[in-house]
Design a protein around this ligand. Structure first.
Ligand code: 5GP
Ligand code: MN
Length: 323
C-alpha cells in the first residue's frame, strides 16, 4: 500500500511525467503505458509523455491513443522530468537509449510483473505473480480509487489478454478473470478486441511463422525445439521486427516440446533469443546472458551470431531438462 500511496504522491507533485514501455513493445507494455497515461490524465488532469522504444508494431496500431505516443528517437535527452515511470520493463536495459532520461528524472517509478526485476526505481511496484503490467496498473487504480473509463478499460484488458496469451498461459489466475470481467462491464467488446489482437495479422507475419516452424530443429527426443531466423529471412519475407512474435509459442504447442527457442539474427553478430517452456524455469537460462523474464517465457540478447549462440543455449537447455 505504501508504495502505491508514494506513487500517487509522486504523480501529484510532478509537473512533467514521462512513461516508458520496453524495447520491442508488445500489447502489455503498450496497453499498460497508455492506460496509465490516460488514468493520470483523467484523475490528475496531467498529460504525460509516452515513449515507444523502437517501432510501433503494426499489430498494435489499433490501440486507442497510440498516435499520441512519441518515438525514442524524437526525445530530447537533456530534458529532466519530475517523474519517469517504466511499465512492464523487466530490467533497466530494456529501456535501451532511454535509460539516461529515466535515471536523470527527479523521481523514478518501476511498475512491473517480472520476477527477475531488481527494483531499479525509487518507487517499485513489482508484483512477480501478476499476469501482466496491465494487471498491476489496474490494481493500482483500484487501490487508489481512481476513476476509469471504457477506453482505459480496453487498454488494460488488451494488456492482460495479450500477456496471458488470450487467457491461456499459466499466469491466467482467477484474479485475471475477475479483472477481465470488471473491465468488460465498463463497456468494451471482447470479440472485437479478440479480432484486433489475434485475427489481424499481416500476411507476411503468418508466412514467416509457417517458415520458421517448417525449419525447426528438434533435439533430446523432441523435447527441445528451436528455430533460427536470419536477417535475410526477414528481408525475404519483407517482415518487420515484431513479425516474429508468436513463433516460440507455436513451437511450444507441440506435445513433445519442453523448451522452445527462437533465435533471431541481429546486426553486429548478435542474437535475440525468445525462450518458452512448459516446466523448466527458462528465466534462469536467459539470466546467464544478462536477460530475464518469467519462468515459462523469457528472453535475452547474446553477443554471438545464432549458429554459435545456439550451441551454448542447447547446452544449458539440456542441463535444465535433467535438473
Ligand atoms: P519475448 O520472448 O516475448 O520477447 O519475451 C518473453 C519475456 O521475457 C517477456 O516477459 C519479456 O519482457 C522478457 N524478456 C525478453 N527479452 C528480455 C531481455 O533481454 N531481458 C530481460 N530482462 N527480459 C527479457
Ligand atoms: Mn508483460
Amino acid at each position: 500500500m505504501n508504495n502505491i500511496l508514494n506513487f500517487q504522491t509522486a504523480i501529484e507533485q510532478a509537473n512533467s511525467i514521462v512513461i516508458f514501455s520496453h524495447v520491442n513493445p508488445d500489447g502489455d507494455t503498450l496497453g499498460s503505458m497508455i492506460g496509465l497515461s490516460k488514468l493520470i490524465e483523467l484523475n490528475f488532469n496531467k498529460k504525460t509523455t509516452n515513449v515507444i522504444i523502437g517501432k510501433t508494431p503494426d499489430t498494435y496500431a489499433f490501440l486507442p491513443y497510440i498516435n499520441e505516443c512519441v518515438c525514442n528517437q524524437d526525445m530530447d535527452k537533456s530534458k529532466v522530468y519530475d517523474l519517469a515511470i517504466a511499465v512492464d520493463v523487466a530490467a533497466k536495459d530494456r529501456m535501451s537509449d532511454m535509460q539516461d532520461i529515466y535515471f536523470n528524472a527527479k523521481n523514478t517509478a518501476n511498475i512491473d510483473h517480472h520476477i527477475t526485476n531488481n527494483n531499479y526505481g525509487n518507487i517499485n511496484i513489482v508484483k512477480g505473480f501478476a499476469s501482466s503490467g496491465g494487471e498491476v496498473v489496474y490494481e493500482i487504480a483500484k487501490g487508489l480509487n481512481w476513476k476509469i473509463n471504457s477506453e482505459i478499460a480496453e487498454l488494460l484488458y488488451i494488456a492482460i489478454l495479450t500477456d496471458t496469451g488470450g487467457f491461456r498461459f499459466e499466469n491466467t489466475s482467477s484474479k485475471v478473470f475477475t479483472y477481465a470481467s470488471e473491465l468488460i462491464e465498463m463497456g468494451l467488446n471482447p470479440t472485437q478486441i479478440y479480432r484486433q489482437c489475434y485475427e489481424s495479422k499481416p500476411k507476411a507475419m503468418a508466412l514467416l511463422n509457417a517458415y520458421a516452424i517448417q525449419n525447426a530443429v528438434f533435439r533430446e527426443n523432441d523435447k527441445i525445439a528451436y528455430t533460427i531466423i536470419t536477417k535475410d529471412d526477414m528481408k525475404n519475407f519483407n517482415a518487420k521486427s515484431d513479425y516474429t512474435e508468436g513463433i516460440s509459442e507455436t513451437l511450444r504447442q507441440i506435445n513433445s516440446t519442453e523448451i522452445a527457442m527462437l533465435l533471431k539474427e541481429l546486426p553486429n553478430q548478435m542474437t535475440k533469443v525468445s525462450l518458452r517452456s512448459k516446466k523448466v524455469d527458462v528465466s534462469k537460462i536467459a539470466e546467464v546472458f544478462g536477460g530475464g523474464g518469467h519462468h515459462y517465457a523469457a528472453g535475452c540478447t547474446i553477443q554471438k551470431p545464432p549458429k554459435i549462440a545456439v550451441e551454448k543455449l542447447l547446452e544449458l537447455a539440456k542441463k535444465s531438462l535433467n535438473e
